[in-house]
Design a protein around this ligand. Structure first.
Ligand code: 1PX
Length: 211
């Protein structure tokens, strides 16, 4: 699995997720996450509790896509419209729809901000920069505010087990350091576009704090 990972694959899947009129295809959005999860799995078992949760979220969305209302789960936009119109979203507390597509995708959406902040740090880092510090800074600026203390604690422990900057550059499979930095720039533009579109859509529909 580790050898099949490449930053280019991640870039390509997120690119495919954007339709011409800037809707986001859930299938490719999920495919992007699967790439990232396969990379995370290659880092070792300290990260399993993180990848398990990501896989679980991916699975919920895949089940919705494969279900009888699957056609409504083509894009994030069509999902939001369908679930809201049919009152399939728990808006204030989890009750009859604890695993709506909207709340599930929101968790991945928040994690995408972490990824954006982390990759930006990696892109502008120097040889002395520590991945654990870049990772936890990015985490504290994004996901941490949505996580309970126990999760933040466990996450902090996992970050200490991260490989160094060199390994990250290698694993991205994109050539020399300059080439990796260039590709990171390209990937970041796309990831931030996908993130912004989702953020705007969720913001307009008051979905950013779904329980
Ligand atoms: C080239 C570099 C690529 C790095 C790829 C790393 C991919 C990371 C994928 C992380 C996906 C995490 C999804 C987390 C979703 C979440 O926030 N879930 C929580 C809330 O869900 P709930 O259903 O309860 O409302 C849930 O409680 C989380 C549990 C697990 C802990 C999540 C910690 C996330 C840390 C993200 C940083 C990952 C560091 C990986 C190092 C490379």
């Amino acid at each position: 699995m580790a050898e099949s990972f490449s930053l280019q694959n991640v870039l390509d899947t997120f690119k495919s997720s954007l339709s011409e009129n800037k809707e986001i295809y859930i299938q490719y959005y999920i495919a992007g996450w699967k790439e990232l999860v396969s990379f995370m799995n290659s880092l070792g078992t300290v990260f399993s509790f993180i990848s398990k949760d990501a896989v679980n979220k991916i699975q919920i969305l895949e089940n919705l896509q494969a279900g009888e209302s699957g056609s409504h789960y083509l894009t994030v936009q069509s999902m939001v419209k369908y679930e809201l119109e049919n009152e399939l979203v728990d808006l204030t507390k989890r009750s009859s729809h604890p695993e709506s597509g909207c709340r599930t995708l929101l968790r991945l959406h928040r994690a995408l901000l972490w990824l954006e902040l982390f990759l930006e740090r990696l892109r502008t880092s120097t040889e002395e920069s520590k991945t654990s510090v870049m990772c936890s800074d990015a985490y504290n600026e994004s996901l941490a505010q949505h996580h309970a203390w126990i999760i933040r604690k466990a996450t902090g422990v996992a970050f200490c087990a991260l490989p160094g900057r060199d390994s990250f550059f290698q694993v991205m499979n994109a050539g020399s350091e300059q080439e990796v930095v260039a590709l990171l720039g390209e990937a970041l533009a796309l990831i931030s576009e996908v993130h912004q579109i989702t953020e705007d859509l969720y913001g307009q529909n008051n979905l950013l704090e779904l329980p």
